[in-house]
Design a protein. Structure first.
Length: 223
């Protein structure tokens, strides 16, 4: 089974390279790539970059050029205080883009919403997760958006999941998104805002945990 692992944010990619300092990193037209041997698997790692534009472009590029049997996105997310906890792993079942601004009519948030078919995952799952809805935008999570996002059923937010899921769904491609909650945001503030060092340290912890668990997910997948 050919597997490509997409890593989005720069801090997440730095954390991965620190975890595996012997990675032989190469360049592609979009960013850095590497091959990682992990738990008997040969994984192609791709730094897909932050935000919706790079995520959508790299997702389509990977599907066209690598033709993987499975694409995986491992990364961080901001959890909603009172709904999620730091260290939770969100298994994304559905994602939507929420930073659409429509001044000539009602915004159609459903157009960029995608549900992921996860029927091929192992049952029971090899590690505890929180299945749920994640909201994406090209923005850190603005506190006053949280009540609306909670009302939509979201438990966390990031910059990339919805774009990755949308492109994968259009291609009828298997995608697994696992996002660890690195920090919490409430209706007034976020614990990592103006504290990037906290985000970087938590990111290292999240990426270490996700890569340690990854072989168990792969070994249990229904082929």
């Amino acid at each position: 089974m050919k597997v490509v692992v997409l890593i989005s944010a720069n801090a997440e990619w730095r954390a991965v390279k620190a975890l595996y300092p012997k990675l032989q990193v190469a360049n592609s037209i979009y960013g850095e790539t590497a091959i990682l041997k992990l738990g008997g698997w040969d994984l192609k790692l791709v730094h897909s970059g932050w935000g919706k534009v790079s995520s959508a472009a790299v997702m389509q590029y990977v599907l066209d050029h690598d033709q993987p049997d499975l694409s995986i996105n491992l990364g961080t997310c901001g959890g909603f205080e009172g709904v999620a906890q730091v260290g939770d792993v969100i298994l994304v079942e559905r994602a939507f883009i929420y930073d659409i601004v429509e001044l000539m009519g009602e915004p159609d948030f459903d157009y960029y919403a995608s549900s992921l078919d996860l029927s091929w995952l192992p049952d029971p799952e090899p590690h505890p997760t929180r299945r749920g809805l994640i909201a994406s935008a090209d923005s850190d999570l603005v506190p006053d958006k949280i009540p609306y996002l909670k009302s939509m059923g979201a438990v966390a937010a990031d910059w990339e999941s919805a774009a990755l899921a949308w492109v994968a769904s259009k291609n009828d491609a298997r995608l697994l998104i696992l996002r660890g909650v690195s920090d919490l945001v409430n209706e007034k503030d976020g614990e990592a805002y103006d504290n990037f060092s906290l985000f970087e340290e938590r990111t290292k912890e999240v990426m270490k945990k996700l890569f340690e668990q990854l072989p168990d997910w792969l070994n249990g997948i229904k082929r």
